[in-house]
Design a protein around this ligand. Structure first.
Ligand code: SF4
Ligand code: FES
Length: 257
């Protein structure tokens, strides 16, 4: 198949940036989107031109490194799929495809399709861990976890930190990511000692990183390659409110698992 690519090229954050047009010829529909970009880059390199910079690592949808906007949609047209797992059979011969980086103040551009997502690392460093002395690994089933909570924690832990939720949100909010990270520890017994402190610190860090607030639009859930649900944001808000009330000496509202 033959594709026309309109790719965002930008040398660095100070450069104005612009779309450049590239033809991708003799492309197999079985290739992944990134393999197609590899072919384009090989041709650019052979011509002595600068290849398009983009992030990738595992190319199996599990590491969270890849990600850019394809025809206006973060990670492209296939729901629940990272761009490395997107195959060209989702496109038609002769298609014109626009490719752009994540655009958010908290994700400054490094080059072309690569942005700096270290703000996510700092949110994790603010509380996305368990630091209580837990001793050596206990025998299986010593700590009983209700099946429902195990499922909620497992689903939230599927977040790969790709940043598509931020890129899709009109407010560039990191609430789906932060909510997922707060949830996956907060509903497990091991996460209880620091549960509310964790919510306070991680939400404060997200705010300090210049991510916007959640306005319940839901674009994040629609593009998330791991199909993280908006419920994690509700749980984050509940834990945050409970922590705020408690730190002010007020009695916290009841509820929440
Ligand atoms: S919540 Fe989804 S879209 Fe956001 S960082 Fe995690 S995996 Fe990516
Ligand atoms: S390269 Fe690892 S998720 Fe895409």
């Amino acid at each position: 198949m033959k594709l026309t690519l309109k790719v965002w090229r930008q040398k660095n954050a100070a450069d104005a940036g612009r779309f450049e047009t590239y033809e991708a010829n003799d492309i197999s529909e079985h290739m992944s989107f990134l393999e197609m970009l590899d072919v384009v880059n090989e041709e650019l390199t052979l011509k002595g031109e600068d290849p398009v910079a983009f992030d990738s690592d595992c190319r199996e949808g599990i590491c969270g490194m890849c990600g850019f906007v394809i025809n206006g949609v973060a990670h492209g047209p296939r729901r629940g799929t990272t761009v490395c797992q997107l195959h060209l059979r989702k496109f038609r011969d002769g298609d014109v495809i626009y490719i752009e980086p994540w655009r958010a103040r908290a994700f400054p551009l490094i080059k072309d399709l690569v942005v700096d997502r270290s703000a996510f690392d700092r949110i994790i460093a603010a509380g996305g861990y368990v630091s209580v002395p837990a001793g050596s690994a206990p025998d299986g089933n010593v700590i009983l976890v209700p099946k429902e909570n195990a499922d909620i924690a497992m689903d939230a832990a599927a977040c790969i930190g790709c940043g598509a939720c931020v890129a899709a949100c009109p407010n560039a909010s990191a609430s789906l990511f932060t909510g997922a990270k707060i949830t996956h520890l907060g509903v497990l017994p091991q996460g209880q000692p620091e549960r509310y402190e964790r919510a306070l610190r991680m939400v404060a860090q997200a705010s300090a990183e210049n991510f916007g607030s959640c306005a319940n639009i839901g674009e994040c859930e629609a593009v998330c390659p791991k199909e993280i649900k908006l419920e994690v944001i509700a749980r984050m808000n509940r834990d945050f409110l409970k922590a705020s009330w408690t730190s002010r000496g007020a009695s916290a509202p009841a509820g929440g698992e």
